[in-house]
Design a protein around this ligand. Sequence first.
Ligand SMILES: C[S@@+](CC[C@H](N)C(=O)[O-])C[C@H]1O[C@@H](n2cnc3c(N)ncnc32)[C@H](O)[C@@H]1O
Length: 246
Amino acid sequence: MTYYNSIAQQYKKSKQLSFRLHIEAYTYFHLLGNLVGKSILDLACGEGFYTRLFKLQGAAQVVGVEISEKMIELAKQEETRQSQDIEYILCDVFELGKIGSFDLVVASYLLNYAQTKEQLLKMCQNIFVNLKPGGRFVTINNNESQSPSSYLATEKYGFIKSIDSPLIEGTPIKYTFTISASDNKFSFYNYYLSRATYEWAFRSVGFQEIRWQKPVVSPQGIAEFGQEFWQDFLNCVPIVGIECIK
Ligand SMILES: C[S@@+](CC[C@H](N)C(=O)[O-])C[C@H]1O[C@@H](n2cnc3c(N)ncnc32)[C@H](O)[C@@H]1O
């Protein structure tokens, strides 16, 4: 799970890819809504890309939790360089327990690290206990419903997925990123669990409402690259947003 130690810098750089800004971040912030005055727990915060943006968007309190020492070291370096009063905690989300009572618990690409339904349930429990009543969990995740036949269709956006065996619960899905022609490729794995398993885990821990959000492109992204450029991404839907209300 500390695999990200070896790819921390490359992962950070991948946040510059156009789909990150114009689809991933745009979809995420669309789901998050107004953050002014909110308390936010950012699980699997990585090197703090979103964690810092939450503070910039007016959140009152932001806490980031991350398992990789190297990723959190990069986050802390940014905090030292320009303090935003963000607290970073090195911890495995499986072990987290209750550390507060937040308006929002967020996590981009955390749940797809659960390899079994029991692990997913444990993550969801640790999300749920850290939310106020009525609080929201918002996440961007690997879209488990993407057909493997379209795994190569995202190459022009800087990444592809691949699998070595058919998709069943727990199948590893390899993401390979190419940031630019001069950068080395790098890879990491997510794990497949079905949408039914996700829905089961959310409901089992007590979430009342669950909403799945398809990716949306920012108006700026359309103006800059044209609608046609994004069509393959929108057709194959490699990532998905999820919102759950306590
Ligand atoms: C794809 S990165 C996303 C980082 C960040 N959320 C972002 O969007 O830039 C996934 C992150 O999840 C972290 N992670 C995976 N499993 C974790 C766990 N059980 N507890 C805490 N962090 C975890 C990894 O170390 C990695 O930094």
